[in-house]
Design a protein around this ligand. Sequence first.
Ligand SMILES: Cc1cc2nc3c(=O)[nH]c(=O)nc-3n(C[C@H](O)[C@H](O)[C@H](O)COP(=O)(O)O)c2cc1C
Length: 362
Amino acid sequence: MSSNSFGKLFTVTTFGESHGPAIGCVIDGCPPGLPLAVEEFRDDLGRRATGKTRHTSQRREADEVEILSGVYEGKTTGTPIALLIRNTDQRSKDYGDIAQTFRPGHADYTYWQKYGIRDPRGGGRSSARETTMRVAAGVVAKKWLAERHGVRVRGYMAQIGEITPGSFDWGVVEQNPFFWPDAHEVSVLESYMDALRKSGDSVGARVNVVADGVPPGWGEPIYGKLDADIAAALMSINAVKGVEVGDGFEAVMQHGSQHRDEMAMDGFASNHAGGILGGISTGQAIVASMALKPTSSILIPGRSVNLAGEAVDVVTKGRHDPCVGIRATPIAEAMVALVLMDHALRHRAQCGDVGEVSPRIP
Ligand SMILES: Cc1cc2nc3c(=O)[nH]c(=O)nc-3n(C[C@H](O)[C@H](O)[C@H](O)COP(=O)(O)O)c2cc1C
């Protein structure tokens, strides 16, 4: 009912608030025998972390994972895996003003209307601090998917404001703080972000995720469509306002003769569908994209109301991301990996005996 759990067979439940003592998750349904150590979480958590460059929030969390259960002698046991990360760099005094007012564009007003009480410190449960645990759970899913099926889930930044990459190289994506695929434009982005930060404003972004190696057959038709679950998973990330699979909204302007992905025994001629047809994977790369809105907590005054119903101007101090999309790439990857893991197990449960069916297009 309260929707803090996600997935059917590979189920992830997260808990915790931005400025509470800790955040955590329970992963239920992980197959036994998967080697798992705390060191394996560091890479992806580091990719998501704040305070690594001047272009993100300056909150500095250690993000050290503790494995509380579900792992024995370095391997998953099939029992619930509980992961905990203690918050170490809360600065709740910055949020004194927010407790009395509602930031326009944030979740303060809706949480208040729903629950009649809220934890305003750092945005409480509505803070993207929660996504740390999605990334942690995603590490487990990514590992199992890679080891069992050779699946690789990767993301990159496809747009910041009006800037789009002039060229594309996966090799560059992890070499800069923006997950940007064009090395020549990184300095342009740095100047852009510096000017934006000085202006006190924020900007939106687009992040793309590609999953290679997914075999045909994962996903379920009708109410369990793989594309619908990916869309819901990406849309559940804070600040996401749009999701596309394959050509997405571009399909509106296309003709059928152009959009359909023609087939031959040496492969599909194109991938407008984004690797999913009828809610089921085709065996091509799965391609999804999400639009993130500009950060609502900005230094430019905005009109709002306070708890007494009086008109106020809100200026949000504290440590905020001027472009939330900069840290969203590992989160998007994690959500796609969690959906794929869940569907891999669901496919194995119902159709594991079907095996490989001919003809199979490579
Ligand atoms: C990685 C990431 C970092 C974020 N950082 C901030 C932030 O510093 N300040 C802020 O106001 N919102 C931030 N957000 C967005 C808010 O969490 C989000 O806008 C808020 O919870 C309201 O939810 P909604 O935008 O999904 O409607 C961030 C989102 C993501 C994905």
